[in-house]
Design a protein around this ligand. Structure first.
Ligand SMILES: [Zn+2]
Length: 235
């Protein structure tokens, strides 16, 4: 953010930004084998490479959009419980009840991060943004993290036709960054996969304890995701 000139442009105080980032990092449980702060950092790095490598910053992102994209990656799994939406819904988890069973995780990550900033003014690194900038920032972060990617952006269109297409392209970029381990070197990919598999097995253990059907690939006595190509993309 500093190197891109964003901290200076938007008047973000480095100490306050550092406090915010530390607080957000603390919202990633280290007990999650996969959905922890290392995953968030990896996705942020992937998104940075994608945005610049594909030169999306030229037509798709103004500086505020770039800030929103980075922030969306940072918070995209904030407060993750190491459990899937299906499990949260099946067990009537408070998050499933709060969001009426509609993508409770994705709804929670963004809402919880903005709630943190609202409750802790000492963390509000965005205080220098105007009201209009804040509204645009919030909309873009919310849309980046939204689960309802409906259609791919037209690959032949070098310039977005409207804001909807611009936001859709950013959603796709963040999703690709989220699955970045699939494109990593084989050993790195295997390490991420083992972490994901262990998290899935942990949920499978809970499903067994609760007498619920064990989700496919979540049963540690059977084949997991590291032996299957069927659900590698989850995460
Ligand atoms: Zn993720």
């Amino acid at each position: 953010m500093h190197r891109e000139g964003l901290t200076k442009r938007f008047g973000m105080e480095p100490p306050r930004l550092a406090r915010l980032l530390r607080a957000l990092e603390a919202g990633y449980s280290p007990s999650n084998p996969y959905h922890n702060s290392a995953h968030a950092a990896d996705v942020l790095r992937n998104l940075h490479v994608l945005l610049h490598g594909a030169r999306l910053t030229e037509h798709y992102l103004d500086p505020l959009g770039l800030l929103a994209a980075y922030f969306a990656a940072i918070v995209h799994d904030y407060g993750h419980h190491g459990l899937t939406n299906d499990f949260l819904v099946a067990t009537s988890h408070p998050l499933a009840l709060r969001y009426n069973d509609r993508c409770p995780l994705e709804s929670h990550h963004c809402a919880a991060a903005f709630s943190l900033i609202a409750e802790r003014p000492d963390l509000d690194a965005l205080a220098g943004l105007s009201r209009a900038q804040r509204a645009a920032f919030r909309k873009q972060v919310g849309c980046c993290g939204a689960p309802d990617v409906e259609a791919p952006a037209a690959p032949e269109a070098p310039v977005p036709r409207d804001d909807a297409e611009r936001l859709l392209s950013l959603q796709v970029a963040l999703k690709v960054a989220d699955l970045g381990h699939l494109g990593a070197e084989l050993e790195a990919h295997k390490r991420w996969l083992r972490c994901l598999e262990e998290e899935f097995f942990g949920q499978g253990d809970r499903e067994r304890q609760l007498g619920l059907p064990i989700s496919p690939l979540f049963d540690r006595s059977k084949q997991g995701v590291s032996k299957s190509q069927a659900r590698l993309g989850l995460g």
